[in-house]
Design a protein. Structure first.
Length: 250
């Protein structure tokens, strides 16, 4: 039976009189990719920001591995094993792909406070960086300057940096944004390869990709959950088609 790692109950975020996320309850399970979809302004990125700790909840709760983390900082949640990517690529352009991953891995190293030692010589961080690059499909690209990578490779690198922190949960905000057909296909393959070993929440507008990779889909409209369930249930839902998918339903 799949293990529920990250769970929300009645999660709400208000900005003045506007409820950007309103009474949202979802559960992310180990080994499953849970996609959150909906039109612009549905509250998807706000939800990810709340799960990662970048944005505080107005009410409701967030549990991780059986413990309440609702009031914990983003740094504390990251150290627990909640990793995230952002809508805009968040990498160190002048550094190599390997150095980007090494810095991410170093944040988890027990020697992180040994300021007088050479972090580059610390084998566990090097090995973690190399594993992360390979897992993200960038084996052999480690010495390439990050800014010189293609857009798709930069998105892969951002995921590699998250993987270098050894997360159990991945929160991925539109990883396919701006990609061409070939790059999108590589990202879809990457997401499929990561799902068995993580609980993944994917926010994505590309519905073809969502139906190709998701085990569970939650549809949000106006900050609320309209429907949630297996892809077949979402595909057949008249309410979802009327509110969001329309003629674009694959």
């Amino acid at each position: 039976m799949a293990e529920s790692l990250l769970e929300t109950r009645g999660l709400t975020r208000r900005f003045g009189g506007l409820a950007a996320v309103n009474d949202v309850s979802i559960a992310l399970e180990h080994g499953k990719l849970h996609a959150v979809v909906g039109p612009n302004g549905a509250g998807k990125t706000t939800l990810i920001n709340m799960l990662s700790g970048d944005l505080a909840a107005s009410s409701g709760s967030i549990g991780f591995d059986g413990e309440d983390v609702t009031r914990e900082s983003s740094d504390r949640r990251s150290r627990r094993g909640i990793g995230r990517s952002y809508q805009k690529t968040n990498i160190f352009g002048p550094f190599t792909a390997f150095e980007n991953c090494r810095l991410a891995a170093q944040s988890r190293a027990p020697r992180a406070l040994h300021v007088f030692s050479d972090a580059r010589a610390y084998a566990p961080t090097r090995e973690a960086a190399e594993r992360a690059l390979a897992a993200a499909g960038l084996a052999g690209r480690g010495e390439r300057t990050a800014a010189m990578l293609s857009h798709g490779e930069q998105r892969q690198l951002e995921i590699a940096m998250v993987l270098a922190t050894q997360p159990r949960v991945l929160l991925l905000d539109e990883p396919l944004a701006g990609m061409g057909t070939e790059e999108a296909a590589r990202m879809i393959a990457l997401l499929k390869s990561l799902a068995p070993d993580h609980a993944i929440l994917l926010v994505e507008h590309d519905m073809d990709a969502v139906f190709a990779v998701a085990h569970v889909i939650t549809v949000m409209v106006n900050g609320q959950v309209l429907e949630s369930g297996a892809p077949e249930k979402i595909r057949a839902s008249a309410a979802v088609q009327q509110a969001y998918l329309g003629d674009a339903l694959p």
